[in-house]
Design a protein around this ligand. Structure first.
Ligand SMILES: Nc1ncnc2c1ncn2[C@@H]1O[C@H](COP(=O)(O)OP(=O)(O)O)[C@@H](O)[C@H]1O
Ligand SMILES: [Mg+2]
Length: 229
């Protein structure tokens, strides 16, 4: 479904990604792991088209999308929830959800987001800025789902949220995969959460992939060794 091949990315003079390969098969959850600063967010941004590739390719459902602008990638079926969530603090939850539908031909029905996160229903009239971190994360994922992505990209969804909501988000990701058939590319530092969800891991260090594959194919402790100390 998604294939990243020999991707090089640089910010000005400073190269951040070096020949990165990564694949997300249809309907699978792939967990991208690695310490802070290794280039995980940069990789997601270059899949989304927010950051340009200097070399290599990004393919989605067989098309070479390496030079496509971000909005075209979104329309093709890539949904992206950035690190830090980026919801609109002065808009209500309902308005935040409807923002996802602007410029699409879909009706303003936010129901699919509420089906995945029933907790959002009683928050619809609340301003985004007063929600807890976990509620904001549910809103951000729910909003991304309204565009009916085939691939959902999540950048550290459990960062800074309380444990009860971590479980809710974990269950939601499982349902998004099983019931909606959506593939997920997940960056996560929370190892137990990642281990419960991942069909495969991709582990990065210093801008390059150092190990990849289904959990049972990786040597014991591979993932743990490459997490934040
Ligand atoms: N907009 C930017 N301009 C210049 N350097 C950046 C920018 N964004 C990230 N970097 C640098 O790129 C490297 C990788 O960052 P990032 O992709 O955010 O890593 P991660 O998500 O794994 O923590 C870091 O050294 C970071 O300082
Ligand atoms: Mg990051």
């Amino acid at each position: 479904m998604l294939a990243v091949e020999a991707l090089d990315v640089a910010y000005g003079e400073s190269q951040v990604l070096w020949g990165v390969d990564l694949a997300v098969p249809p309907g699978q959850v792939v967990c991208l792991m690695g310490r802070n600063g290794v280039g995980k967010t940069t990789l997601l941004k270059s899949v989304m088209g927010v950051v340009r590739a200097r070399g290599g390719h990004v393919r989605f459902e067989g098309a070479d999308i390496t030079r496509w602008p971000a909005d075209r990638r979104a329309r093709a079926g890539i949904g992206y929830v950035p690190q830090g969530r980026e919801i609109f603090p002065h808009l209500t939850v309902a308005e935040n959800l409807r923002m996802a539908l602007i410029g699409t031909r879909r009706s303003a029905d936010v129901r699919p987001a509420l089906d995945v996160f029933p907790a959002l229903e009683r928050l619809l009239g609340r301003k985004g800025g007063v929600l807890s971190g976990g509620e904001q994360q549910m809103l951000a994922i729910g909003r991304a789902l309204l565009t009916r992505p085939k691939l959902l990209i999540l950048d550290e969804p459990t960062e800074g949220i309380q444990p009860s909501i971590v479980t809710e988000i974990e269950d939601a990701i499982r349902r998004i995969k099983r019931e909606l058939g959506v593939a997920v590319l997940l960056v996560e530092q929370y190892l137990a959460f990642a281990e419960r969800l991942a069909d495969a891991f991709v582990i990065m260090a210093k801008g390059a992939v150092v190990a990849a594959g289904p959990p049972q194919d990786l040597p014991p402790d591979t993932v743990r060794r490459h997490l934040s100390v």
